[in-house]
Write a protein that binds this ligand. Structure first.
Ligand SMILES: [Zn+2]
Length: 309
């Protein structure tokens, strides 16, 4: 596999350093393990399917327990109003070496705080990937003005800075972790296992973002084990919770990837930007926008309104 460098998809700064020292080790693990265990590892306290799924309190909805016959078809899912979903990466001051392009997705601390405050002041309520899934599949109700806040890669400042800032406003987020970098210290620092577990314990969602950020469109055979199955198991071991949500590196995906993720028990997967969703597997190609480090709160607000109609 060759590491993708595409100027059109500016999402790799935090991983350029990571992947250069890694090679893709492969194992003989058999497939499907995570798909089999995902559902059965759901916490026993979560609700069993009720006669009317939509009446379940949001906090107790266990999406993996929604019976197949209650899940809407793809056309219905595509027809539902999209929830705004924001994608963040690094939250730190710009450095002289950061390119103009990189600065569009590196959030200076005050810019980040102002954007999150705008969401709170505007009456937005954060929702989890599990809630989004229940809404899209069954029409389960969402809070007023829902928004999903997501972070990719597992950068340390997401734990040290972003999560406390979100919690100040009562928000929860989804963190998509690239497992090759867990605990790494260097030009860019990454969360360690305890910090990832702590986020999960505090009610945030931990999702998978591959092992070392290779483009899923290039996977063959064993790559699905190395990049998806093993990282999933690792994150489940760290958090003690099922990992059911995935973010595509660089936002890049294709139909085959949606099929492969679904086969492995993934309930939702997140792309970026303006690309159309997959007609067969819209849940595995959910749209997000990157909140830019150049954006004022007002620009973010306008982007949310324009991108998720
Ligand atoms: Zn990424």
């Amino acid at each position: 596999m060759s590491f993708l460098k595409s100027s059109a998809v500016p999402l790799a700064i935090s991983v350029l350093t990571a992947v250069t020292v890694l090679s893709c080790s492969q194992t003989n693990e058999t497939t499907q393990t995570s798909a089999v265990t995902t559902g059965s590892e759901a916490p026993s306290a979560t609700a069993k399917p009720a006669s009317t799924t939509a009446s379940l309190p949001e906090a107790t909805v266990d999406p993996a327990s929604i019976p197949a016959h209650k899940i809407a078809d793809a056309a219905t899912i595509l027809s539902r109003k999209q929830v705004p979903i924001l994608c963040y990466h690094q939250v730190r001051e710009w450095r002289p070496k950061d390119s103009e392009n990189a600065r569009s997705y590196i959030m200076p601390v005050q810019v980040f705080k102002d954007q999150i405050k705008m969401l709170a002041d505007s009456g937005y309520h954060s929702i989890s990937p599990d809630q989004l899934y229940a809404y899209l599949t069954t029409g389960a109700p969402l809070p007023e003005k829902p928004v999903m806040i997501t972070f990719d890669d597992g950068d340390l400042e997401q734990y040290e800075l972003a999560a406390p800032e979100l919690e100040k406003h009562g928000f929860k987020a989804a963190f998509f972790i690239m497992t090759a970098s867990i605990g790494r210290r260097g030009y860019q620092h990454y969360m360690d296992k305890q910090q990832i577990k702590d986020l999960a314990d505090r009610g945030h969602t931990i999702g998978c973002h591959t092992w070392d950020h290779h483009n899923v469109k290039k996977y063959q055979g064993q790559d699905w084990v190395t990049q998806i199955e093993e990282p999933t198991k690792k994150l489940e071991a760290i958090t003690g919770k099922p990992v059911r949500h995935f973010a595509y590196p660089f936002g890049l995906w294709n139909h085959e990837a949606t099929v492969e993720l679904k086969k492995r028990g993934y309930l939702s997967a997140y792309q970026l930007a303006e690309k159309k969703r997959d007609e067969e597997n819209p849940l595995l190609s959910v749209r997000r926008i990157i909140a830019s480090g150049y954006w004022s709160p007002k620009t973010l607000h306008n982007s949310i309104k324009n991108s998720f109609k």
